[in-house]
Design a binder for this molecule. Structure first.
Ligand SMILES: CC(C)(COP(=O)(O)OP(=O)(O)OC[C@H]1O[C@@H](n2cnc3c(N)ncnc32)[C@H](O)[C@@H]1OP(=O)(O)O)[C@@H](O)C(=O)NCCC(=O)NCCS
Length: 156
């Protein structure tokens, strides 16, 4: 078995959250606390990538009602540092987009640091476009791009 053949992407379970938190802390200078992940545990687009019992990455997304044009939001995405570059981030994002499209989102948005080249490259490649730049969006003063993707044709 090679590559991603033995990877399962599935809905998160409460028992995965400590592994998720470890990856979060290894990935971000301002990591989410445990309670933030706990609050999304029932979201259909909180997914983990697992190889056997090892959690290698996760994505957290939700859908907010918006008068028939519901908005999906990719809130968090990370892959364990040792598992990057194998296609896991792309697969997690693809499955999260399918999940929010199934939940009737018409567009999906996300925020990303303007210096985060790996993430920007992934998002552009998946069809996201930069809509705005928000000055000093992050606590350390860095700007964010708000990126948008129309998912109306994603599953229909
Ligand atoms: C962003 C992240 C989730 C990508 O996950 P990944 O599993 O390494 O990505 P993949 O292997 O699926 O790569 C998919 C695409 O991402 C881009 N990419 C990934 N790593 C990259 C790098 N080091 N430099 C530039 N582009 C990169 C490429 O476009 C790549 O497509 P390609 O393989 O056809 O070139 C991962 O780097 C990560 O966890 N980063 C830290 C957390 C983070 O920044 N999350 C995003 C917050 S907005």
């Amino acid at each position: 078995m090679t590559g991603l053949d033995d990877i399962v992407v599935r809905q998160v379970e409460r028992g995965d959250l400590l592994d998720v938190l470890r990856i979060e802390r290894a990935s971000f200078t301002q990591p989410w606390p445990y309670a933030a992940f706990e609050s999304f545990v029932d979201e259909p687009a909180f997914l983990v990538a697992a190889r056997g019992t090892d959690i290698l990455g996760y994505v957290v997304a939700d859908v907010m009602p918006n008068h028939g044009n519901d908005i999906g939001h990719i809130k968090d995405l990370a892959v364990h540092p040792d598992a990057r570059g194998e296609g896991l981030g792309r697969r997690l994002l693809q499955q999260a987009l399918s999940a929010v499209a199934l939940a009737e989102a018409t567009i999906v948005k996300l925020e990303v640091r303007v210096s985060n080249e790996p993430a920007l490259s992934l998002y552009r490649d998946m069809g996201f476009e930069s809509a705005h730049r928000i000055p000093r969006y992050y606590a350390d003063g860095e700007d964010a791009f708000i990126m948008i993707h129309d998912v109306r044709t994603w599953i229909r």
